[in-house]
Design a protein around this ligand. Sequence first.
Ligand code: SF4
Ligand code: SF4
Length: 264
Amino acid sequence: MNILSTDDSTIESALRFACTSCGKCCNGLRLLLSLSEAVDWLAHGGRVELLCDAAPDLPFPEGSGEAYRAARAVPATSQALPVTIALLPTAVFDGPCPNLQADMRCGAYERRPNACRIYPAEIRPDRRIMPAEKLCPPEAWGGDRPAFSDPLRGIADPVTAFAITGARTAGIEDVARKARLLKRLGIDQVALANEGYAVWKPDPALLLEALRAVMEDVAPNDIQPVDVEIISLRAETRQMIAEAEGADAMPDPTRGYDYLPLYA
Ligand code: SF4
Ligand code: SF4
């Protein structure tokens, strides 16, 4: 569902869309996964990496992107600083998706992740669908296409709407399991939200085992305490974290993650 606002810049005009099966959105991606989708992806031989970041634990305005993130993040600490940790499993492939067939159809259509069902719509309620930013060709958005979304009803396409609801719900239901996963995998260094990601790359077999274990845990709402260091390449950022009584650190390439900055 898209967020309506009195600010005209956030009101989305009605969109018409139908996928042309061009396959462009199935190449060189990081596909956001729920934990159960990550289990499935790994079990079928795929590669999964974990994007991790931390943000201060603050009461963000309802409907904001920060509030959406916080509701799906693990409550934690960085020394004396209360934070929330986003742990985002992503399916990773450099070229064509391993499920993409020669005719550009999905070879895993029935079990494709929600992110595939949702594109080119947006999972987050604070984001508008911007056709110009999507990989879909212009003919996918023609006036003769079925209604896709409008400002009053939100997403009109039932498959897409169902997948968005599923992805948002899974994000909340996964929080306690993600806290356990952080512990199990020893993930104790994460990037600062909006500055970068720590991209943890556990061995696939170990990650699959850990995921299965946390999915089977009997107390899914029992959030175990997690404490992290917040990494940054910027001296000013590390100083800011230290002044907020958090634990700061330089990215450490020997720890099993890459640092992915979000700035040039
Ligand atoms: S799983 Fe299917 S829809 Fe998703 S990226 Fe791969 S080929 Fe495309
Ligand atoms: S880029 Fe758009 S039109 Fe092309 S396969 Fe993906 S969703 Fe369909």
